[in-house]
Ligand binder design. Structure first.
Ligand SMILES: C[S@@+](CC[C@H](N)C(=O)[O-])C[C@H]1O[C@@H](n2cnc3c(N)ncnc32)[C@H](O)[C@@H]1O
Length: 205
């Protein structure tokens, strides 16, 4: 008997359609998109099915999640989702891809130590060609903007689970991005007080 490795995340089921709507505009029509921290793989299969011109490259450090990504991919019969890579942005190892037309990272930087943010920016700065986007999704703090009560409660619950986790301040994330050669291009308000934040690799010249 075959084991079904597919895992389910209620938040991925909730946010995948609003995120897809923006990705349809933000992503190129073809080429390789690298997803960092793919989790269960539900986003990967949802986006790859809707954007068949793209090759979706999931990645995820946890083995059970990588098994879930493969199981979702195979159950949906998607030819444009690659085998997941075991990328941990905090590891020193270079990302095993030549280049990406775009990078997507959903709900990771607040559920990882702060060091994951500069590491993500540095890796994206290396993997993206000039003008290409790094697209982040998640809740943020913003200077001069009151944080929603639901996000304050979420922040407290994250810090209880791991004191190194927590909502990041958009302006500090932007500063790290700039250090890695990525400029902030767009901030999109999403349901439930989340944001999509689009950085683009600045041209060296
Ligand atoms: C809340 S889950 C989000 C998963 C998926 N993107 C989603 O939205 O359903 C956070 C993910 O970040 C991954 N993660 C945590 N630290 C990481 C790191 N240093 N490098 C890459 N991924 C990491 C975890 O393994 C987990 O899959």
């Amino acid at each position: 008997m075959q084991t079904d490795h597919r895992l389910e995340s209620p938040s991925a089921a909730r946010n995948r359609d609003p995120i897809l709507k923006e990705l349809q505009r933000l992503l190129p029509s073809e080429g390789l998109v690298l997803e960092i921290a793919s989790g269960t793989g539900e986003h990967a299969v949802h986006f790859a099915a809707a954007l068949p011109g793209l090759v979706w490259q999931p990645s995820e450090p946890k083995e059970d999640m990588r098994a879930s990504i493969v199981a979702w991919r195979d159950s949906e019969g998607l030819a444009n989702v690659r085998d997941p890579l075991a990328i941990d942005v905090l590891s020193e190892a270079p990302w095993p891809i030549d280049a990406a037309r775009a990078i997507v990272c959903i709900n990771m930087i607040h559920i990882a130590p702060w060091a994951a943010t500069p590491a993500l920016m540095a890796g994206a700065g290396r993997a993206l060609a000039d003008g290409n986007p790094l697209i982040l999704y998640g809740p943020y703090r913003r200077a001069g903007v009151e944080t929603a009560a639901s996000n304050e409660a979420f922040d407290a619950s994250l810090k209880e689970r791991d004191p190194s986790w927590g909502l990041r301040e958009l302006e500090t994330v932007e500063e790290e991005a700039r250090r890695a050669g990525l400029d902030l291009h767009e901030v999109i308000e999403m349901p439930a007080n989340n944001l999509i934040v689009v950085f683009r690799k600045a041209s060296a010249g």
